[in-house]
Design a protein around this ligand. Structure first.
Ligand SMILES: Cc1cc2nc3c(=O)[nH]c(=O)nc-3n(C[C@H](O)[C@H](O)[C@H](O)COP(=O)(O)OP(=O)(O)OC[C@H]3O[C@@H](n4cnc5c(N)ncnc54)[C@H](O)[C@@H]3O)c2cc1C
Length: 431
């Protein structure tokens, strides 16, 4: 990732900016440790410190009042324990690299996000996910973590340990994750196809039929067509190509999630079988944008109320004034299903969810002015925001959405007693 300024942004901080260019890090110092020992010494000696991965988060979550430590230069290692069906990977590695290594050795992950360029530790810290009724978030594949805490100690926490469920989706607030152990399975092939024009009426009447029609399903809509979902992307394990869903038609040529976007940046959509890591993400690993021209928001609603929640967003998007503004700011929305997990700060904690996602034009003041109305429409469903994306819920609203909020506060106070990993973004959310 380059630190060049995106168009229209200048940066004076040595720590540069996030991928979207809407956040300029204010930290006066950035370090690129090359060993875990060096990292631990940097962390121990800093009054304020935060880790940064590939910078794809849309807020100042990785910023620090003193020091940012990048995981880019730490050694990249992948080892597989075939008996345990786990892989130990360096936290700063990107999923694209991890996936290639695993596949070469005959192994695979269950889930990937739309973009394979994000780091493993950065992705699990915010509860990043892909899609699939039987598929949990990327964090739900974690079986153990090595973390450098603010006293410089390196601790391992494993599934089954009392602190584990609080330590995986942890927003970088507990320490710097240096190694992640992930559940793996034998490598597999997949197909991907795209269908267009699924009637909203049938989709909302039976969401289970849509999300259950492939191993990983994404519905894309701009909410502009009142009758039909624009695209349904379906990824299926094996060589099988599912029939188009009733009322939709198979796309004649490859497309992009954004209407009119460059299809060559996207993974194969022809139904040709290929390895899992070249079908699960929407975007190809070889396509590496140095910065973005967009913002994103996403809200997780309970699966059993998802049709109602989607209907509420459709109604908002169709309403005069706020609906016009929503559609003006929106590039595209994506709907995905995520299986429940037990990770305290996960959007899918304790319940199967559907993620209602929005890719916005990069006009942050206008997006932030709109979000309270969107959040009010989704509030009746107990919608939890994605930690890596833009939202405006207040601290007390957030606390009410997470049953283990108080337990996480206790864990954070214990693991980071001197508050080195606190920053303004976390404080604004009540951490
Ligand atoms: C184009 C694009 C597509 C996206 N697609 C998806 C998607 O399909 N699904 C989805 O759920 N999200 C998606 N996201 C959001 C993205 O996955 C999250 O923001 C993710 O956290 C980014 O990971 P990163 O490596 O860039 O982390 P960063 O943005 O660098 O950091 C994120 C957080 O992790 C912490 N962190 C980073 N490294 C470490 C470490 N080693 N130890 C401890 N804490 C650490 C940081 O302090 C910060 O709090 C997308 C974002 C973009 C820009």
């Amino acid at each position: 990732m380059s630190n060049e300024s995106p168009a229209g942004a200048t940066t004076s901080s040595p720590a540069g900016h996030n991928w979207a260019g809407n956040v300029r890090f204010t930290a006066p110092r950035i370090a690129h440790p090359t060993s875990v020992d060096e990292l631990a010494e940097l962390v121990r000696a800093a009054a304020h410190v935060r880790a940064v991965g590939s910078r794809h988060t849309f807020t100042a979550l990785a910023d620090s009042a003193e020091l940012i430590v990048s995981t880019e230069a730490l050694p990249a290692e992948v080892t597989v324990d075939a008996d345990a069906r786990t892989a130990s990977v360096s936290g700063g590695m990107r999923y694209a690299e991890v996936a290639r290594e695993l596949h070469a050795r005959g192994w695979a992950l269950r889930a990937m996000a739309s973009l394979p360029h994000i780091t493993v530790a950065g992705a699990i810290a915010t509860g990043t996910h892909g899609s699939g009724d039987a598929v949990g978030s990327l964090a739900s594949a974690v079986t153990a973590l090595d973390v450098v805490r603010s006293d410089g100690s390196l601790v391992t926490v494993r599934r089954g340990d009392a602190d584990f469920a609080g330590a995986v989706v942890a927003l970088g607030a507990l320490g710097v994750v240096t190694r992640v152990e992930l559940a793996v399975e034998p490598t597999y092939g997949m197909t991907q196809v795209v269908d267009r024009g699924l009637p909203w009426e049938s989709a909302l009447a039976d969401l289970d039929a849509v999300f259950g029609s492939a191993d990983s399903v994404s519905m894309f809509t701009t909410w502009a067509d009142p009758e039909r979902v624009d695209q349904v992307w379906r990824k299926t394990r094996g060589a099988e190509v599912p029939e188009p869903l009733p009322g939709s038609v198979r796309a004649g040529e490859p497309g992009h999630p954004l209407p009119g976007g460059p299809a060559e940046n996207c993974t194969d959509q022809t139904g040709e079988p290929g390895p899992w890591f070249e079908r699960l993400p929407h975007f190809r690993a070889e396509f590496t944008p140095s910065n973005g021209d967009e913002l994103q928001s996403e809200y997780f609603v309970p699966r059993d109320r998802a049709a109602e929640a989607i209907a509420a967003v459709r109604a908002l998007a169709a309403s005069p004034g706020v609906g016009d503004e929503l559609r003006r700011l929106l590039f595209v929305s994506e709907l995905r299903s995520i299986r429940a997990d037990e990770l305290w700060l996960s959007g899918a904690y304790g319940r199967d969810v559907v993620g209602i996602h929005f890719t916005w034009r990069r006009d942050e003041p206008a997006v932030r002015a709109l979000l309270p109305q969107l959040e009010a429409a989704l509030a009746p469903f107990g919608a939890r925001p994605h930690w890596g994306k833009v939202f405006t819920l207040a601290a007390d609203e957030l606390a009410a959405l997470y049953p283990r909020w108080g337990d996480f506060a206790e864990l954070r106070a214990r693991w980071d007693a001197r508050g080195a990993f606190r920053n303004g973004q976390l404080e604004s959310w009540g951490f």
